[in-house]
Design a protein around this ligand. Structure first.
Ligand code: IFM
Length: 458
């Protein structure tokens, strides 16, 4: 065994999102995900978020669980259609729910970290994110939430994984609203980022001391053929829309010229107005990083299926059979995580003088049914251990990282996969009882000691 000590003050916790856990759908308006769940075949098991894991009614139990596991941070998201109505008025019951949740977290000594947008867009906003007006509506919603919770919530994330909310949703068709149009995807990207910038500016004005940021998802891509210019080019194009379009806009105030050139006619000529990029580049205080896996890519033939990579429909994933995989089929690649963190610090957050926070990391495992007894999810523990070692190595190499949040606190609705994938440290049974897995106990001990114990071969 070797032991790695995390810096004093390092923050530990878990993350969830509203649609994935809350349920109580009858007490709120429809989101685009409610509509998407009704599309035959859209969700693998035909399920939806109507009940989810009933966090809406069981939040006190969930907070007590976090506290018993020693977590000091909980990242949750607000369901926009729960707190605001189509006529723009606030829903007192919806606002009251988050008010009570935040009170419960504070009373338990758990820091609330609020994400404003984790994909459950109100269904009544015309055109969704393809409509510029949605960016203004988002900033207004941000201020309304701040007016209710800003006295206790000190960390605010605007968007979770805007790549999923734009390219996967409007070009790849795998997420709500299930469209397959490249121009819509670029338009959604810009309006999401504009909404982010408008919200940061507005929140900063009313609360200069708040910690504000956004969370991006990163899947580093590597060329299959080291010296193959075609493979290198496909990696450049995927990286352009998956990562650089977001990081360059937020940290450098410019969209990458190669992405716009690759997009060609799919880039709407009237999309970006004077001043938009200055707004998008409004300084933030933290960059949230969500990481699960990396990919080896080669240039091949377009499959003919809608691609979430509109400028790289020819990207083909090359399997690495020697690597472990999670139940999502995602390869386990912690070294790529370390390199990503070091690169982000070097190229973006270091020069901006801000830290990185790991706002999601975790894995789906085909855990046994909780009815068969306590779940010994050693594979999840190994995954978390390997990725925490990567975080430790990145810190040792100079990257400023101050928080690590496991995805997820509890098994939940995994979007197009329904309830078939389990990411939680805590299982739920048929009666929705909460049943901590072995990984929950392991994580609690890590938090208690701040020390990561590694068997020599990990
Ligand atoms: O469940 C999702 C989450 O909503 C966003 N990040 C990735 C997770 C696992 O797929």
């Amino acid at each position: 065994m070797s032991a790695l000590q995390f810096p004093p003050g390092f923050r530990w916790g878990t993350a969830t999102s509203s649609f994935q856990i809350e349920g109580a759908a009858e007490l709120r308006g429809d989101s685009i995900w409610d509509e998407f769940c009704r599309v035959p075949g859209a969700i693998a098991d035909g399920s939806d978020g109507r009940i989810a894991v009933d966090h809406y009614h069981r939040y006190a139990e969930d907070v007590a669980l976090m506290s018993s596991l020693g977590m000091d941070t909980y990242r949750f998201s607000v369901s926009w259609p729960r707190v605001l109505r189509p006529d723009g008025s606030a829903d007192p019951a919806g606002m009251g729910f988050y008010d009570a949740l935040v009170d419960a977290l504070c009373a338990a000594g758990v820091r609330p970290w609020l994400t404003l947008y984790h994909w459950d867009l109100p269904a009544w906003l015309p055109g969704g994110w393809t409509n510029r007006a949605t960016a203004d509506a988002f900033a207004d919603y941000a201020l309304r939430m701040h007016a209710v919770l800003g006295d206790r919530v000190r960390v605010w994330t605007t968007l979770n994984e805007p790549w999923c909310a734009s390219f996967l949703s409007y070009a790849g068709g795998q997420h709500a609203p299930g469209h397959t149009d490249a121009a819509e995807a670029f338009s959604a990207t810009h309006h999401l980022l504009l909404g982010h910038g408008l919200a940061v500016r507005a929140l900063r004005e009313v609360d200069p001391g708040a910690t504000l940021g956004l969370t991006l998802n990163f899947t580093p891509a590597y060329p299959a053929g080291h010296d193959d210019p075609a493979d290198a080019d496909v990696v450049r194009r995927v990286d352009g829309t998956a990562h650089r379009i977001f990081t360059d806009a937020v940290f450098r105030g410019a969209y990458p010229a190669d992405v716009i050139a690759d997009a060609g006619a799919a880039w709407p000529s009237d999309l970006v107005r004077d001043g938009d990029l200055e707004l998008i580049a409004t300084p933030i205080d933290v960059l949230g990083v969500n990481y699960y896996t990396s990919q080896l890519l080669r240039a091949g033939e377009p499959s003919g299926q809608p691609s979430p990579h509109p400028t790289a429909p020819d990207a083909v994933v090359v399997d690495r059979p020697w690597l472990d995989r999670t139940d999502m089929g995602w390869e386990v690649t912690p070294d790529a995580f370390r390199d990503l963190l070091i690169g982000l610090h070097r190229d973006y957050t270091g020069p901006a003088g801000i830290p990185l926070a790991i706002t999601e990391n975790g894995c789906a495992i085909d855990d046994p049914d909780p009815a068969s007894g306590p779940i010994d999810d050693q594979q999840r523990i190994d995954y978390l251990r390997g990725h925490l070692r990567a975080v430790h190595e990145a810190i040792a190499a100079g990257a400023a990282i101050d928080t690590y949040l496991v995805w997820s606190l509890i098994d939940n609705f995994e979007w197009a996969f329904g309830y078939t994938k389990r990411f939680g440290l805590v299982a739920v049974d048929g009666e929705l009882n909460r049943l901590p897995k072995a990984s929950a106990g392991w994580y609690a001990e890590l938090i208690r000691t701040g020390t990561l114990c590694l068997p020599e071969q990990v």
